[in-house]
Ligand binder design. Structure first.
Ligand SMILES: Cc1cc2nc3c(=O)[nH]c(=O)nc-3n(C[C@H](O)[C@H](O)[C@H](O)COP(=O)(O)OP(=O)(O)OC[C@H]3O[C@@H](n4cnc5c(N)ncnc54)[C@H](O)[C@@H]3O)c2cc1C
Length: 299
């Protein structure tokens, strides 16, 4: 039996793991994908204290993994499918077996929101729903669209502008919703064009995107654009990965916690983007992970 099981190896989960083992606990971190979580998949990591110049999601995730493993955190690539949270012994069922623990830290974050538009699923990976860090270089000299106007979207647009011939940001509001730093950079970037008050309404094509339908938020009119071979990168918010946690009462899909990151069930904590909070950044995720693990060790 483990002292602590952590679900998810993003910044919150890795931080929880490091703090847990530092207090002499046997900790298992379960991750369905790659160590690093959302931030491991972005082009550039910004604003977190201590990052190196030019920090990529990849390099940041690699350092997190190395730090956790050398500290003695056990990390297994398993998908958590079910959890039993009540009582002194908690059970975590994964696609590969089951584990038991005394304390459970839910740090499995959020997933990028789908647009739910025609063509999105059919063209996924064929030009639609691409990842800037992974696929950006394939669009060197081409036209790309970024859907979304918040920090993450605009940051990825700025990165793509260094590769693509032209970047069009499609955002449904009258202004970008990002921080001033990114807005200023957009103004100074000659190959970024803004398409505001606009939603991506549909995409069409066979093996690549051929056509986009854009819907005006002002008058509802639809404009069809022919753009064979373009890339569409969607950063239109995220949804919490809380579907598994039927034993918890959620708030808008997120897990409510107290100052120690305790949920309403004794011995069960939630940390990072998955919990109810105001600021979803690496800094707050690692803080949550540390807080949850420290309390799990003394509580
Ligand atoms: C495009 C974009 C750019 C961003 N850029 C920055 C930035 O520059 N600086 C910054 O501070 N923040 C940035 N953020 C925010 C930052 O990425 C998040 O706040 C942070 O990653 C949250 O960490 P987390 O550990 O809570 O969750 P996540 O990073 O989401 O990690 C959760 C992990 O849980 C795993 N998981 C999910 N379900 C299961 C399951 N059932 N079983 C096992 N594992 C599971 C996932 O695979 C994932 O690895 C950005 C976000 C986006 C979307």
């Amino acid at each position: 039996m483990y002292d602590i099981i952590v679900v998810g190896a993003g910044p919150a989960g890795i931080s929880a793991g490091i703090y847990g083992v530092s207090r002499g606990k046997k900790v298992l971190v379960l991750e369905k994908g790659e160590v690093g979580g959302l931030i491991g998949k972005v082009s550039t990591v910004t604003h977190y204290a201590g990052i190196v110049p030019g920090e990529t999601g990849d390099s940041f995730a690699a350092r997190m993994r190395e730090q956790a493993e050398s500290a003695g955190v056990e990390i297994r690539q398993e998908t958590v499918e079910q959890v039993q949270m009540q009582g002194d012994v908690k059970t975590v069922v994964t696609d590969q077996g089951q584990h038991t623990c005394k304390k459970l830290i839910l740090a499995n974050g959020t997933t990028g929101r789908k647009l739910g538009i025609p063509g999105e699923m059919e063209l996924a990976g064929k030009g639609m729903g691409m990842n800037a860090a992974k696929h950006g270089a394939n669009y060197a000299g081409k036209h790309v669209y970024v859907v979304g106007g918040a920090d993450g979207a605009v940051k990825e647009a700025l990165y793509l502008a260094s590769l693509a011939e032209k970047v069009t940001i499609i955002h449904f509001e009258p202004q970008l919703g990002c921080i001033a730093e990114f807005r200023d950079k957009v103004k100074k970037t000659r190959n970024i064009q803004l398409m505001l008050n606009t939603r991506l309404h549909a995409v069409r094509g066979e093996n690549q995107v051929e056509q986009l339908d854009l819907r005006s938020e002002v008058d509802g009119s639809i404009t069809t654009v022919d753009d064979p071979g373009c890339g569409i990168f969607v950063y239109a918010g995220t949804v919490p990965n809380t579907q598994l946690y039927t034993e918890l009462e959620l708030q808008d899909g997120y897990i409510p916690v107290n100052d120690w990151m305790e949920t309403s069930i004794p011995g069960v904590y939630a940390a990072g983007d998955i919990r109810v909070k105001q600021v979803r950044q690496v800094a707050t995720a690692v803080a949550d992970g540390a807080t949850a693990a420290v309390h799990a060790c003394i509580g």
